[in-house]
Design a protein around this ligand. Sequence first.
Ligand code: NCD
Length: 298
Amino acid sequence: MKHLIDIKSLKNDEILEIIELAKYYEKNVPLGTQKKKQKGSVALLFFENSTRTRFSFEMASRKLGFDVFNFEAQKSSILKGEGFFDTLNNLNAIGCDIAVIRHSREGFIEELAQKNYSYGLSLINAGEGKSAHPTQALLDFYTLNKHLGTLEGKKIVIVGDIVHSRVAKSNIELLSRFGAQVVCCSPDYFEDWTLEHIKYEPNINIALKDADAVMGLRIQKERIENNVPYAQYIADYQINEKNMPDSAILMHPGPVNRDVEISSTLLDTKGEIIIEQPRNGVFVRMAVLDLIFEGVQR
Ligand code: NCD
């Protein structure tokens, strides 16, 4: 694996290899194996806000023995007019092997991956606009596997702002490829009719019936121009103790806006897997970094 741009670019056996390696890292501390190899350097370049994704990439890199550099756009030469490709090329020249990038523009990381870096540089998409967030989908797949076993025939309901959510897009692609029945539930202003492999059910009570997993999504305010009718949204689409099936697991990529997409009561009584997700994210990101670093040649 040279880059990780989106789920589309991964074959099923590569996804399973990531999951297997993540399972290994959940149980075993890396025995200095990475340190014996040439030591890797990872640069974290986040142009949008992040807590879980940035910290877990940093934690994963440190556990593998890599050096980590946090890029601060506001203090960088980008403010002096330097283009981002030139910045990356220079970071690579200085010794950085892997760039983990979060950006608001769709297609940006793929464009960067097409360019030639003087020393070779691998790119990992840590969330791009509303199109793709591959490592989040991989960690959600890992979490679902842990709790539900195989996803063949399992009903996974994604509730909320589907159209602006990169998490929904990457999850739909990945989970449906492994046999899950993905149902999306949202008001019409959050629907995305261009998506394949899903069923839409606008009524939350019908959608959540017999679900094996329920995934809430935050309303992506930063990508929405029109006003969202919050009170109506909460009345019709909040996941709460009344509509959540007992037997289903509750997930959310975070950050949760309490009492909007999920009620505080439900979060405090059934939210344990939402806290497990970022923990699993460390192991999955260790696996991704490890597999990509294997291919790094200077
Ligand atoms: C998500 C994101 O950034 O797309 N967060 C995350 O990475 N855990 C979801 C969100 O911001 O709502």
